[in-house]
Design a protein around this ligand. Structure first.
Ligand code: SF4
Ligand code: SF4
Ligand code: SF4
Length: 317
């Protein structure tokens, strides 16, 4: 470069020389930008002292934490708990257990980029480090409890769609990689996935985690990786057996009429928006019954027939 055409700083001199320009905050005043929850701790620490605050919690995570407890649980709402409390204590003692007597399946902590933990993590003492070690994080303090009616590949897709929306697009691992992850998850939940897709999902998620520029991209694959780790069988069922055990993935469901229970009243057929249900004669041992059948090629899986049948004759398989 001819002399005199260098940019400032290219001559080996520092660009900024003291005295440095003043850095000013909001409205030119000194500013402290922080999470509201962090600020909420300050008056209590000032009033009661750091020693008191440090006496609550664990060795490395002091004090309390606020969680937004939500999902398929009896008591939902904001809770403040000491660091080190277990997931079991939160879900069963504070949350009152799983709704409608169903079984606990998973708990997602940390907001959309958190991981899905399972029954083996229920006795984990929650703090910043233990959640990361379990494949999740404290994040924004979200805690969503799920029962057996949640489909884990669909849950991973749901959270990833959110991070795709939020991605600023600056780096390609997050901008493009997360879109590819979403496409693979869509294949899986539509029943078009393969075992190679599962491998691809794992590889790509690991690359995004390692190479994305900021925290959003680095944590966005957590729901995918944690569900692959903790609910592998469910992914395999989607790609090999073409089944969604939770009955969530519509394209993998079929509505079936139990001919032994059906009395042939015809109410289901009347309410079917696409005329997928027709009458047939069915000969059960010793009886000839009028029954109904569903044409799965016409059925759009709206669920109206299940609601219309008062005899419990229709189920999802
Ligand atoms: S990782 Fe961060 S910087 Fe990169 S695209 Fe995502 S949000 Fe933007
Ligand atoms: S509503 Fe139920 S009982 Fe009546 S015809 Fe349909 S499946 Fe059979
Ligand atoms: S699920 Fe809907 S579309 Fe399918 S058979 Fe029942 S009513 Fe008809």
């Amino acid at each position: 470069m001819p002399p005199g055409r260098e940019l400032e700083g290219q001559r080996g001199e520092p660009t900024l020389k003291p005295p440095f320009p003043a850095v000013s905050g909001y409205m030119g005043k000194p500013s402290n930008v922080n999470n509201v929850e962090t600020f909420a701790n300050v008056p209590v620490i000032i009033t009661k002292g750091a020693a008191w605050f440090s006496s609550i919690g664990t060795e490395k995570s002091k004090g309390t934490k606020v969680f937004a407890l939500a999902g398929q649980i009896n008591n939902v709402g904001l809770i403040e708990v000491p660091m080190g409390i277990t997931l079991r204590e939160i879900i069963y003692e504070i949350g009152g257990g799983i709704k409608n007597g169903r079984q606990f399946k998973a708990v997602q902590t940390g907001g959309p980029s958190g991981g899905c933990l399972t029954a083996k993590h229920l006795d984990t003492a929650i703090d910043y480090d233990s959640l990361v070690a379990a494949g999740s994080m404290m994040g924004s303090g979200g805690m969503v409890v799920m029962d057996e009616t949640s489909c884990m590949p669909a849950i991973a897709k749901f959270y990833l769609e959110f991070t795709c929306e939020e991605s600023c697009g600056k780096c390609s691992p997050c901008r493009i990689g997360n879109k590819r992850l979403c496409e693979i998850l869509e294949k899986i939940t539509d029943g078009r996935g393969t075992m190679e897709d599962l491998q691809e999902l794992r590889n790509l998620a690991a690359v995004i985690k390692d190479t994305a520029l900021c925290g959003l991209g680095q944590t966005s694959p957590n729901p995918v990786l944690s569900t692959l780790d903790n609910f592998w069988d469910e992914y395999v069922e989607h790609v090999v057996d073409k089944k969604c055990r939770a009955g969530v993935c519509k394209k993998l469901m079929s509505y079936v009429i139990d001919r032994e229970k059906c009395i042939g009243c015809g109410k289901c057929a009347k309410g079917c928006p696409v005329e997928a249900i027709s009458r047939t004669d069915y000969t059960a041992p010793g009886h000839k019954l009028a029954s109904m059948v569903i044409d799965s090629t016409k059925c759009i899986k709206c669920g109206a027939c299940i609601n219309n049948c008062k005899f419990g004759a229709i189920s999802i398989q």
